[in-house]
Design a protein around this ligand. Structure first.
Ligand code: HEM
Length: 458
């Protein structure tokens, strides 16, 4: 018995010693660049389990930057800082809130590619444009990009207007006052109806969302809503737990995944058997690529088709309501000159509350980034091959070097000349958001129609 305890103790001491030695070597490779030093990492599952972290250098927390904005950068006196941790393995990341450095990173894709491991959760239904790099990403981008044309954005505008009219006339009707518990209850269906109609040629009406279609256990909207909020848990939970653990939540998540797959397959089948029309939507491009027999290089497999359809639906269901959530709240605080100022309001809400707070990249070679310290002195930061570099969106968006009074809500800052490189809610460069214009068109239509007809209060 004593021998077993001794062996366990010795193994533990050896484990800790190896970790500490590796950690020290890693800190040396950072060349003492300023930043925080922690016991536990905040990356991946650890950060999600504790969004706010623990004090005393134990752990920073996965959503730290959401709360601290630019304050950590001010604390260390620089717009590129490091965050290093010992467990579960020694690792360090460079956090960037410097506009010029971010431009440098996003415009040299080969030097700073996207690390795809953190995006594995998004591949539940198959490989896709967001969770891929290299040749695979190029192929997906080539197939999807033409669908986001101005012509299709116009289709998005028209479908948004129709959806809002359907909401006003057939759901809210003549009621003088409408009370909504959560803005997402309204904007999630709108977002789904618009992508369904403009992206996939299937128009959904508000009344359709109340009825579960024959042969289903959940509506399309509810399935996508549950999946988009539980995609991480589905991946983190082994199938035998997911299938057999009798908690109501697990059961709902399992059914939602099965249902979403069935709904998406039905959309594909319906479109395949439909009469061939002159469509220019997203679906046309993806389906044509799936059926592409002449030019094999662009062909999408069935899994890739499903994976990419899912990612476009997810973008619409997840990012978009986030964008509107604050925009609709913020409209209560300002007198809006409708169309002209609506985009400024959307931008200002995305500056203050970006839907994506950290955009990861990984150095493909030993390289450097340039920033400046609090006194304006130029600082060259050495980055070793393999190091993670994360674009800290709230840090950049609250950086007083670029934004006057950065914590204040002032949409008018987007009406004049504004620092474009210091605004990256849609990322930037070759891997920037493909749906940006689509979102902007749709967002302007929704917010304008809402404030044109209703006075909004919280
Ligand atoms: C408020 C709305 C939106 C925001 C804030 C947003 C933000 C972003 C961000 C930050 C990225 C880069 C992600 C990364 O590097 O990991 C991205 C990529 C992407 N977004 Fe959006 N997005 C929005 C709406 C949409 C919509 C409506 C669609 C399509 C229907 C869409 C499609 C995409 C695609 C396909 C990519 C991947 C591009 C690539 O890697 O080549 N997004 N988005």
């Amino acid at each position: 018995m004593n021998t077993i305890v001794l062996v366990l103790l010795a193994s533990f001491v050896l484990f800790v010693r190896t970790r500490v030695l590796k950690y020290r070597a890693m800190i040396r490779s950072l060349q003492d660049h300023p930043g925080s030093r922690n016991l536990m990492t905040s990356m991946g599952v650890f950060g999600l389990l504790s969004p706010r972290g623990f004090p005393g250098n134990i752990m920073e927390g996965g959503l730290r930057v959401w709360y601290t904005k630019h304050r950590d950068f001010e604390l260390y006196g620089m717009d590129i800082i490091t965050s290093a941790s010992v467990f579960p393995k020694p690792e360090a990341v460079f956090l960037v809130a410097d506009a010029a450095a971010i431009k440098d990173i996003t415009t040299t894709r080969a030097r700073f590619p996207k690390p795809i491991a953190p995006y594995a959760v998004l591949s539940v239904f198959g490989p896709n444009i967001v969770a891929s790099e290299g040749d695979l990403w190029k192929r997906f981008r080539k197939v999807s990009a033409p669908a986001f044309s101005e012509r299709n954005n116009r289709l998005g505008w028209n479908e948004t207007v129709e959806t809002m009219k359907d909401l006003f006339e057939n759901v809210w009707g003549e009621q003088a006052q409408i009370s909504v518990d959560h803005v997402v209850d309204v904007v999630l269906p709108i977002a789904l109806f618009v992508i369904s109609a403009a992206g996939f040629g299937r128009r959904i009406l508000w009344k359709d969302t109340l009825v579960i279609p024959h042969g289903h256990r959940m509506t399309f909207k509810d399935a996508l809503n549950v999946v988009s909020h539980n995609v991480f848990w589905k991946i983190a939970t082994p199938p035998w737990i997911m299938n057999h653990l009798p908690t109501p939540h697990m059961k709902t998540v399992r059914v939602a995944f099965e249902e979403l797959a069935q709904h998406m397959q039905e959309m594909i089948d319906a479109r395949r058997t439909a009469e061939k029309k002159e469509h220019y939507d997203l679906f046309t491009n993806l389906l044509d690529a799936n059926e592409d027999e002449l030019d094999g290089s662009n062909k999408l497999s069935d899994k890739e088709l499903l994976g990419n359809i899912f990612i476009f639906l997810l973008a619409e269901a997840f990012y978009l309501p986030e964008g509107y959530l604050y925009a609709v709240r913020c409209t209560t605080r300002c007198e809006m000159n409708l169309l002209t100022e609506t985009l400024a309001v959307l931008y200002e809400t995305l500056r203050l509350f970006p839907a994506v707070i950290g955009i990861p990249k990984q150095a493909a070679e030993d390289t450097t980034l340039t920033t400046q310290d609090a006194n304006g002195n130029r600082v060259v930061v050495p980055i070793t091959q393999g190091a993670w570099v994360v674009l800290q969106v709230p840090g950049l968006h609250h950086n007083p070097r670029y934004w006057d009074d950065p914590y204040a809500f002032k949409p008018e800052r987007f009406l004049g000349d504004w620092p474009r490189d210091a605004f990256v809610p849609f990322s930037s460069g070759a891997r920037a958001c493909l749906g940006r214009r689509f979102f902007e068109t749709e967002g302007v239509a929704i917010v304008t129609m809402l404030v044109w007809r209703y006075k909004i209060t919280v």
